[in-house]
Design a protein around this ligand. Structure first.
Ligand code: FDA
Length: 305
């Protein structure tokens, strides 16, 4: 039953008509529990509140799969402004970006140019950017763009997903770039030809990747709400004398708030991934697919407005 629900919401996450309707009707259906605001300005007080509570943040301007050069350039311009605003507001905040929103599907040259605009500004202001990983068809292109940028910018990281068979090899290959990697399970619907279908395998592989990356001495972000994975990471660090400034935990805004605060009180860096913007539809559907409990507050949202 859970698999059917998951597949249903992953199917909906790709539906362009529903995406358009969602934008027309704005922030509804409990979306505000998972999204920081419709604009970065709206998100600023929410970020500040989290900072005051001892949590750091990474923001994601919602929107993916841009197919016009003009729009991709516009998105890059907005990202430059957001980086400046983060600095001006003195927020403990990084930025996460999806390369498809910056022209990955149009041309490599375009996406590199757009990323360079953002990274130049971010580097000057001491802000880090992390490249989210999208579906498996775009994995190689994303890694290639990362490698090209990493040769020039120390302030860029990326995401690797444990459901993909290739990820162990990718980490080996990336090691020489001394990369800041967020390790996650993976949120897209992928076929058995490229990804583990068995959740236990995905969980096990995440632990293996965390171990490899941390023991390689690379800064590691563990992007998971799974306490087993979190406890595994803490134990690994203790066992190998890895200090708390060499890794961090990352969780999505609105998920496992108590755990986020408990870890921060224990002295771990906890980064909250906060999406903002109007284009919340695909993001929201992927969260509903992951966790049936999220559906409960979505339904509550529909009836409480
Ligand atoms: P999973 O969903 O497997 O749950 C494991 C266990 O954790 C559950 O059984 C439950 O016990 C507990 N749990 C989970 N959520 C809970 C909740 N809300 N309340 C209470 N208990 C809960 N994906 C991707 O493909 N590309 C990307 O770039 C990113 N980026 C990213 C950033 C960050 C910061 C995070 C946290 C996640 C991503 N993801 C992602 C999504 C990721 O791939 C994955 O789909 C989700 O994190 C869900 O997997 P988990 O490891 O969190 O646990």
């Amino acid at each position: 039953m859970q698999a059917i629900t998951k597949n249903f919401f992953l199917f909906l996450s790709n539906n362009k008509t529903l995406d358009r309707l969602a934008k027309q009707y704005g922030t509804r259906f409990g979306v505000d529990k998972l999204v920081g605001g419709e604009t970065f300005s709206q998100a600023v007080p929410v970020i500040r509140q989290l900072n005051d509570e001892g949590l750091v943040v990474t923001v994601d301007h919602l929107g993916e799969f841009v197919d016009s050069e003009e729009e991709a350039k516009e998105r890059a311009g907005e990202a430059v402004e957001t980086v400046q605003a983060m600095f001006d507001h003195n927020l403990a905040c990084e930025m996460s970006v999806k390369l498809t929103s910056l022209g990955l599907d149009i041309s490599r040259e375009l996406v590199i140019r757009n990323m360079e605009r953002i990274l130049d500004k971010a580097q000057a202001l001491g802000i880090t950017l992390q490249i989210d990983m999208e579906d498996s068809g775009r994995c190689q292109a994303t890694i290639d763009v990362f490698k090209e940028l990493r040769a020039k910018y120390p302030n860029v990281g990326l995401v690797i997903q444990s459901y993909l068979y290739r990820s162990d090899r990718d980490l080996d290959e990336l090691d020489k770039y001394d990369p800041y990697v967020r390790l996650v399970k993976g949120a897209y619907k992928e076929p058995g030809t490229v990804a583990f279908q068995d959740k236990d395998m995905v969980d096990k592989n995440l632990k293996q990747l965390v171990k490899k990356h941390m023991l390689n001495g690379n800064y590691t972000a563990v992007g998971s709400h799974d306490e087993e994975v979190i406890n595994f990471t803490k134990e690994l660090a203790r066992e190998h004398g890895i200090s708390k400034d060499r890794f961090e935990f990352q969780m999505l805004y609105g998920m496992r708030n108590k755990l986020q605060h408990d870890l921060a009180k224990e002295g771990y860096t906890v980064r909250v991934y906060m999406p903002y913007g109007m284009e919340w539809y695909g993001y929201y559907m992927r969260r509903l697919a992951e966790r049936p409990a999220n559906i409960a507050f979505a339904v509550k949202g529909i009836f409480s407005r």
